[in-house]
Design a protein around this ligand. Structure first.
Ligand code: AHM
Ligand code: MG
Length: 332
């Protein structure tokens, strides 16, 4: 039984969940994201049965192996937004250049930034996956082709969020008025509101990090990790480690339970691994709307002015007090 049967569509339409100057275009985009999420969730459910597992044999702009499902998820977003003519440009982890849905009449004023399938190494092993999106408004004059027009700081996002394809499929998003969670009812094929206005714990005792990289981190980062593994019941230490290899899944856990997710820079790779515009920025938007912090460890993620579309950034994200403590260690 659905506790409160408010569908994604009616929430978007009824709750005034879009900017005041909205023309309906923004809510239309959110609904179409919902459709793309459902299509990807369906493909993932059939992944082992139809021939979509494994690699395409190609590498993407990040130099990483492209999985068939990465490509398929990217195509789904393109198809959905091509059919609906509401987004001018789509930037994706899977495409070196922006995909411009250009024709002279096209009036769309938004740019959509996507990690179509996050956590690709989980594809072949039935572990959680996600899709991450960020939405920006383009200036009236922008054709959507120029990289310069698309390099927007996270503080300018008008929407951001993710799908998590786990035991159920959830859609979490914010447009700057709180964070809401919707869960897909697979038989009805509809997302229903399951948590309104999520506020995260100000401190948690979970940490999420690929600790195999310990030797590559700065001393400050190593000290933080050493510290949270000490025993002290007053400060709930040692913390528990949870790491799925899917950023969306790990950040979703932190959103609900509190704690901190880290993907730090490394001595020989100070920029870290994750991408600013379609991973770190939208997740930081969500987490900050829920009362947490998204940081590089030194500065707020969403104050960074990107210089490249596929720019990477170190990420420390989670409960306010946990992130502040990491920042403190990084300073000393
Ligand atoms: P992807 O977008 O290509 O899947 O890469 C991002 C993923 C994150 O989901 C995850 O947190 C991280 O990379 C895992 O990296 P590692 O295997 O180095 O721990
Ligand atoms: Mg990713």
């Amino acid at each position: 039984m659905i506790h409160e049967p408010i569908s994604l569509t009616s929430h978007i339409l009824k709750e005034d969940a879009f900017p005041p100057e909205a023309t309906g275009e923004f809510s239309h985009i959110m609904m179409n994201l919902g459709i793309a999420g459902k299509m990807i969730a369906r493909d993932l459910r059939h992944a082992g049965i139809i021939d979509v597992l494994g690699s395409t044999g190609e590498t993407n702009i990040q130099g990483e192996e492209v999985q068939k499902l990465d490509e398929r998820a990217n195509e789904i977003f393109i198809k959905v937004f091509k059919a609906n003519e509401i987004v001018k440009t789509m930037v994706s982890e899977e495409m070196e250049q922006p995909h411009v849905f250009s024709d002279a009449q096209r009036s769309g004023k938004y740019a959509l930034y996507l990690d179509p399938l996050d956590g690709s190494s989980n594809i072949d092993v039935d572990a959680p996956l996600g899709s991450i999106f960020s939405l920006h408004r383009l200036s009236e004059e922008s054709s959507g082709h120029q990289e310069q027009d698309l390099l927007k700081a996270g503080s300018e996002q008008v929407g951001g969020g993710y799908f998590l394809y786990g035991t159920s499929t959830v859609f979490v998003y914010t447009c700057g008025k709180g964070v809401h969670e919707f869960t897909l009812e697979p038989e009805l094929g509809e997302f229903f509101l399951t948590t309104r206005n999520i506020q995260m714990p100000s401190r948690g005792k979970i940490y999420s990090v690929n600790e195999g990289n310990y030797q590559k981190w700065s001393r400050g980062m190593q000290q933080y990790i050493d510290d949270i593994k000490q025993t002290d019941s007053a400060t709930h230490r040692p913390y528990g480690l949870r790491y799925t290899g899917c950023l969306v899944a790990d950040v979703h856990r932190i959103l609900l339970k509190g704690g901190v997710y880290l993907y730090p820079g490394e001595m020989n790779k100070p920029e870290g691994k994750l991408r600013l515009m379609y991973e770190a920025a939208p997740l930081s938007f969500v987490i900050e709307q829920a009362g947490g912090i998204g940081s590089t460890g030194v500065e707020p993620i969403n104050s960074i002015q990107p210089k490249m579309l596929h720019q990477r950034v170190p990420l420390v994200i989670g409960s306010r007090e946990n992130v502040e403590q990491v920042q403190e260690c990084m300073r000393t």
